[in-house]
Design a protein around this ligand. Structure first.
Ligand code: KIV
Length: 276
């Protein structure tokens, strides 16, 4: 009945927000991947993944759209529910889709649905200064929040493409300040996408909460990639930070194991996956 209490005594207890904070404090890298269904969730969990994200990247890799913009709250809930059934240890985060958090009340309503109907343990939203009030409102209602900064794929039409962010000193300073303000507003994790190594390191050192990077260099607290990219399922050009972990492996489970190991040993990302 008291599952949370029983789980504390397990040899591999489920990951929670406190575990992620402890990993940052102890310098243990956090291994994260996206996932969209129960079968892969079982596999990721078996490979020792710390955090699993039901990303709105599902709009591209599952639904075949060009961007994440068409994804809906119902899509995310459906996939989160399926992933939740496959996980035992990994921490489950779900993405708030485009336009599902335009004001604090709408954000709270959708976040509650994603937790109650989907089983998410934390929600992720793309945000900077404009989302401070929303993060504060969610945090005040005890909704765990991951704030996604740097390259924000939901803004692709506004920024004119997927490109590295924060290269100019004033933009880097602004991003560092807004990361700090998001943390102060109540964000429990910050996800940093597509920034130069030095900025990834600076933000990670500035914040007390864990920083998960994707194309943010080696000096962040954890690494996340899109599952289909590391399994070499994605056709065509992939971003510079992607590594094909199927190379040299016969099965997806081996590839996912190799990803976890490469993150933990800091072998991934290598210089060729990074931006300067
Ligand atoms: O939706 C997604 O897959 C993401 C990753 C890029 C981190 O947000």
């Amino acid at each position: 009945m008291y599952t949370q209490l029983e789980q504390r005594g397990m040899p591999e207890p489920p990951v929670n927000v406190a575990t992620l904070g402890k990993m940052k404090a102890e310098g243990e890298r956090i291994a994260c991947l996206t996932c969209y269904d129960a079968s892969f969730a079982v596999l990721l969990d078996a490979a020792g993944m710390d955090l699993v994200l039901v990303g709105d990247s599902l709009g591209m890799v599952i639904q075949g759209h060009d961007t994440t913009v068409p994804v809906t709250v119902s899509d995310i809930i459906y996939h989160t529910r399926n992933v939740a059934r496959g996980l035992r240890r990994a921490f489950l985060v779900a993405d708030m889709p485009f336009m599902s958090y335009t004001n604090p009340n709408q954000a709270l309503e959708n976040a509650v649905r994603m937790m109650q109907e989907g089983g998410a343990m934390m929600i992720k939203l793309e945000g900077g200064e404009g989302q401070l009030q929303i993060v504060e409102h969610l945090a005040r209602h005890d909704i765990p929040v991951c704030a996604h900064i740097g390259l924000k794929p939901q803004s692709v039409h506004k920024i004119g493409g997927f490109r590295v962010q924060g290269r100019e000193p004033d933009k880097a300073r602004e991003m560092t300040e807004s990361a700090k303000r998001l943390q102060d507003a109540g964000a429990d994790v910050v996800l940093l996408e597509c920034v130069p190594n030095e900025l990834g390191k600076g933000i990670t050192e500035t914040l007390d909460v864990p920083v998960i990077g994707i194309g943010a260099g080696p000096d962040v607290d954890g690494q996340i990639l899109v599952l289909y990219d590391i399994l070499n399922i994605t056709q065509g050009r992939t971003p510079k930070f992607v590594r094909n972990f199927m190379a040299g492996h016969d099965a997806p489970l081996e590839a996912v194991h190799a990803f976890v190991k490469a993150v933990k040993t800091r072998e991934y990302p290598a210089p060729e996956h990074c931006f300067s």
